[in-house]
Design a protein around this ligand. Structure first.
Ligand code: HEM
Length: 151
């Protein structure tokens, strides 16, 4: 049985991603990064991606091609602050599901690793209006200019 089936298949991912975007909608700083006025298409893309990643249908790649997530995020200034906001809404969304602890733990670990991998902009750069860096490595210094340790 795939991880996807273990956690309840399509219905679980639908609920998770829907709850997540409800959270995003209440977070003006994070919401501002989403280009579309309607969050429904973004919700669908994230849902399809996660279903595929966790062993469900491959609709995401059939429609969107290779995920290449880091590349798909270079247009959005993903700072440590935005990563934390994103994670907070995802963890809250996970709380609305009643997942077995081992599955919940595996999902949390994936989200933390992936969200951190997508950081592409220093908080300080973003605050002064800079564009996201398109360089290869995520923010490499162990401590940000604001003194907050990275993950
Ligand atoms: C586990 C971490 C994450 C995953 C798996 C993920 C996944 C995705 C996926 C699959 C898309 C749609 C890509 C496409 O097909 O065009 C997307 C879009 C997007 N992501 Fe993320 N993301 C993550 C973290 C973040 C974080 C930390 C931010 C913080 C700002 C973020 C901001 C966005 C924005 C603004 C979009 C554009 C919305 C859209 O039009 O689809 N993501 N993300």
């Amino acid at each position: 049985m795939s991880f996807y089936d273990e956690v309840g298949g399509a219905e679980t991912f639908e609920r998770l991603v829907h709850a997540f975007y409800q959270g995003v909608a209440t977070d003006p700083a994070l919401r501002a990064l989403y280009p579309e006025e309607d969050l429904a298409p973004a919700e669908r893309r994230l849902r399809m991606f996660l279903e595929q990643y966790f062993g469900g249908p491959h609709t995401y790649s059939e429609e969107r091609g290779h995920p290449r997530l880091r590349m798909r995020h270079v247009h959005f200034p993903v700072t440590l602050d935005m990563r934390d906001r994103w994670m907070r809404h995802m963890l809250a969304a996970m709380e609305t599901l009643d997942l077995p602890e081992a599955n919940a733990e595996a999902m949390r670990e994936y989200f933390m690793r992936a969200a951190h991998m997508l950081v592409n902009t220093d908080d300080a750069t973003s605050a002064t209006g800079g564009a996201p860096s398109t360089g290869g490595a995520p923010s490499s210094s162990p401590v940000t200019p604001g003194g907050r340790p990275t993950l």
